[in-house]
Design a protein around this ligand. Structure first.
Ligand code: HEC
Length: 462
């Protein structure tokens, strides 16, 4: 039986995908070697010649050709390049404010009303704990930072320069796939978010009927309503889940296993050339798409039908899978900083596995998480992904290059700061905590009773 929310074109797909084993690219705060999805879009092309704002903006004009926004052009170019993908005239991805006109920058900040937006523009671009732009976007270059700092130091004076940049977002980080997407997931009906709801996790299921054996080899999120979509996860589920979007817990159900995740600034994912996620050729495959919504602007009547486009291909050499390192076994005492170090001795069943990407996951009290592999044979520790300034609002895949041998140890360190007066344990709700590093690897372990949770359940913690 074919469900309405999956469109599966059974055309044969011969396009070679990703000759290099690419995973979703994630910049580091230090501006490392990875592609920055937003800064490569410059120079910004004017796409809003009228210079008027989106339907949610006021009457203030943007800085299209012929208009001055009041912002000096050197500052404006930086905001256009690095900020307006979220802080455009109609802010997206949970950003609470536009950074388009001089008036926008003179307004009181939402998070700190005693400060002006231009003051926070300076402090947040310097803030290593809560940086703007948020990861995985690359931080401002030193020269761009100097331009912002210099203008703010003068009190952010109004300029009459006409710059011709756009008030529109310069790109959302999601590009068309280089393969031919032939599998499309969408909710059975759009989800409508209540105006007074700030944060919401919503899930819908998609069933793919049994067909010829195939692997999913690339993912591209189809973000519908950028004003409220904060991040998207996709899971495999052992059972069917309703196709109608319904509230669910952060991170999904423990029965589901993670396949892909996207946050603003993240990119499409191409699986490594020798691995893919299988579609069942004998039974229906069940999947779940989880969308985290954030209605920071308290907009009315926001609907969304975010989905996922994928490419399928003839089965690759290996099945890919995701496991979690870390633990469920911790109790964070009230009003205290606390950390837990959990070590797994790699079992024979995981011998020779190649790890390609990691998405660390904690909730709001988390401060840092990292995972390292220590070879039994000696030699250097291998980084398996870490976040030194954990921010629940920004979760993304980190590239990993590691191969595990039986007897190696994989150690995950999680740190929290419990600001509540109750102790906090592991759990699926946002008020509970987690210590997981979801890690994509291949070939999938087929040992009986092995699940994505096994590495975390069998780790010993102290
Ligand atoms: C990927 C999306 C994204 C990009 C790009 C981005 N921001 Fe943000 N920004 C957010 C989100 C989400 C928030 C709200 C959560 C928070 O404060 O961390 C925010 C909050 C802010 C705030 C606080 C606003 C208030 O009223 O409290 C400032 C100031 C800010 N950003 C400045 C910037 C600047 C300057 C840039 C570019 C150098 C930038 N941001 C780039 C998403 C983004």
């Amino acid at each position: 039986m074919k469900r309405s929310n999956v469109a599966f074109a059974t055309m044969s797909l011969l396009v070679a995908v990703g000759a290099v084993p690419t995973v979703v690219a994630c910049g580091s705060d230090e501006g490392g070697s990875l592609a920055n999805p937003t800064s490569d879009t410059s120079p910004t092309v004017p796409t809003d010649p009228g210079g008027h704002r989106g339907e949610d903006g006021g009457s203030v004009q943007g800085n299209g050709p012929g208009h001055s926004s009041g912002i000096p052009c050197d500052v404006d170019a930086i905001l256009a390049k690095d900020c307006r993908s979220c802080h455009g005239a109609s802010p997206t991805a949970g950003a609470p404010n536009a950074l388009v006109t001089w008036e926008d920058l003179q307004a009181g900040a939402k998070s700190e009303p005693s400060k002006k937006e231009y003051e926070l523009t300076k402090s947040r671009t310097h803030d290593d704990a809560r940086p703007m732009p948020p990861p995985p976007n690359t931080r401002l270059s030193a020269s761009d930072q100097a331009v912002i700092d210099g203008w703010v130091a003068k009190g952010a004076p109004k300029s009459s320069e006409v710059c011709g940049t756009s008030s529109q977002p310069s790109g959302d980080g999601t590009e068309p796939l280089s393969c031919n997407p032939d599998l499309h997931f969408a909710p059975a009906a759009p989800y409508e978010m209540a105006q007074n709801q700030l944060d919401q996790y919503v899930c819908y299921g998609v069933d793919v009927p049994a067909a010829a054996a195939k692997h999913i080899v690339a993912f591209a999120p189809k973000i519908d309503n950028k004003k409220i979509v904060h991040h998207v996860l996709m899971f495999r589920s052992p059972t069917a889940v309703s196709g109608t979007p319904t509230a669910c817990s952060a991170g999904g159900s423990l029965q589901w296993s993670l396949m892909f995740g996207w946050a603003p600034g993240g990119k499409n994912m191409y699986m490594p050339a020798e691995a893919g996620y299988p579609l069942d050729s004998k039974a229906t495959s069940h999947f779940v798409v989880q969308v985290h919504y954030n209605n920071a602007m308290a907009l009315a009547g926001q609907k969304d039908a975010t989905g996922m486009d994928m490419c399928t291909a003839a089965p690759r050499k290996y099945e890919a899978d995701v496991v979690a390192f870390g633990s469920m076994n911790f109790t964070i005492p009230p009003n205290a900083a606390y950390s837990r170090t959990c070590t797994l001795t790699v079992p024979q069943s995981m011998d020779g596995r190649t790890f390609v990407a990691a998405m660390p996951h904690m909730h709001n009290l988390g401060t840092a998480i990292d995972t390292k592999l220590t070879p039994k044979a000696g030699g250097a520790e291998v980084d398996m992904g870490g976040v030194t300034n954990w921010n629940f609002q920004n979760q993304y895949w980190l590239p990993v290059t590691a191969t595990a041998k039986a007897g190696d140890t994989i150690t995950t360190h999680c740190a929290w700061k419990n600001t509540t007066s109750a102790s906090v344990k592991f759990g699926e709700n946002t008020e509970d905590e987690m210590c997981y590093s979801f890690t994509m690897y291949y070939p999938k372990v087929t040992a009986p009773l092995f699940s994505w949770m096994t590495p975390s359940l069998t780790a010993s913690c102290k």
